[in-house]
Ligand binder design. Structure first.
Ligand SMILES: [Fe+2]
Length: 281
């Protein structure tokens, strides 16, 4: 399994950060990320690699953790009655999706291999303009597949990792559209009022992204409220979501891991400390 069999290196030679083509690509991504907190590179992953990833998903369908538990934008399902009734933390929306957790992947998994390549990490680091960034220490969430069956929905939320890559493996026939509100919060500013507006149906600052199988999306998921609209038609939507973080030690909170990934490991309990950026999750 070589990187050249997975990424279209002829078009996007990310293994050579000093090449003119890659420098231009990094500039494009950086500009889009600065402006919209999201950037897309079309046809980044080769079709034959997408096929292999689809096969690895289909082989593990029995292991997917499906959940319909309602969540607030911080991926939490617990109410906090001490807060005002219309506080975003108290607004829960219907969710119906699943995750194929990273700990269930085969040793020779295509996605796991891709995630572990230093070339990809260095490229993403250059695109987000931050060095170092790290692979996520969370053993369940670090390079999961996000699974949505017909009628599935993923409501407005923030990710707990700073940077998420999304690679669409299989597209739904209709619906399943990624919507996002760029940079709606930042460390030290939760911006609850603006978040409340979006949750209550004001979509002035909402953008939509058209993603095709094989495209790579780089996305600042911790600071950007986002959702996936309802899956319509008969085909499920499968999305690979390898993630990168600023803190190599941090993992999901036990509550978040239970609600989203279906289990809590000792590492989630041992590392359950207040986040250094002060943001809720
Ligand atoms: Fe997300």
């Amino acid at each position: 399994m070589k990187l050249e069999n997975i990424i279209n290196l002829k078009k996007y030679p990310i293994h050579d950060l000093n090449s003119k083509t890659t420098k231009e690509l990094i500039n494009k991504c950086k500009n889009e990320l600065d402006q919209f907190s999201c950037s897309t590179i079309s046809g980044f992953i080769l079709p034959k690699s997408i096929k292999i990833m689809l096969k690895e998903v289909q082989k593990k369908l029995d292991g997917v953790y499906w959940s319909k538990e309602s969540i607030n934008p911080y991926l939490n399902s617990k109410d906090e009655p001490s807060l005002p009734k219309n506080h975003p933390k108290r607004i829960f929306s219907n969710r119906n999706n699943g995750y194929l957790n990273s700990d269930l992947f085969e040793k020779d998994s295509e996605l796991k291999f891709l995630y572990e390549q230093q070339e990809l990490l260095d490229f993403v680091s250059a695109c987000v303009g931050i060095s170092p960034i790290y692979r996520w220490a969370d053993p369940l969430a670090c390079h999961a597949y996000n699974m949505m069956k017909p009628d599935g929905i993923l409501p407005w939320h923030f990710d707990s990792c700073e940077f998420t890559l999304s690679i669409l493996i299989q597209k739904s026939e209709k619906g399943g559209i990624f919507e996002y509100c760029p940079d709606i919060r930042e460390p030290g500013n939760e911006n609850y009022n603006e978040i409340k507006k979006v949750l209550c149906g004001n979509h002035k600052r909402v953008r939509q992204l058209k993603l095709e199988p094989g495209d790579l999306q780089i996305f600042k998921g911790r600071f950007t409220l986002h959702r996936v609209t309802k899956i319509e038609g008969n085909l499920s939507r499968y999305l690979a979501i390898p993630a990168y973080v600023l803190d190599p030690w941090r993992v999901n909170t036990p509550e978040h891991s239970r609600a989203v990934y279906g289990k809590v490991l000792p590492i989630h309990v041992a590392r359950n400390k207040v986040r250094s950026d002060g943001l809720a999750d």
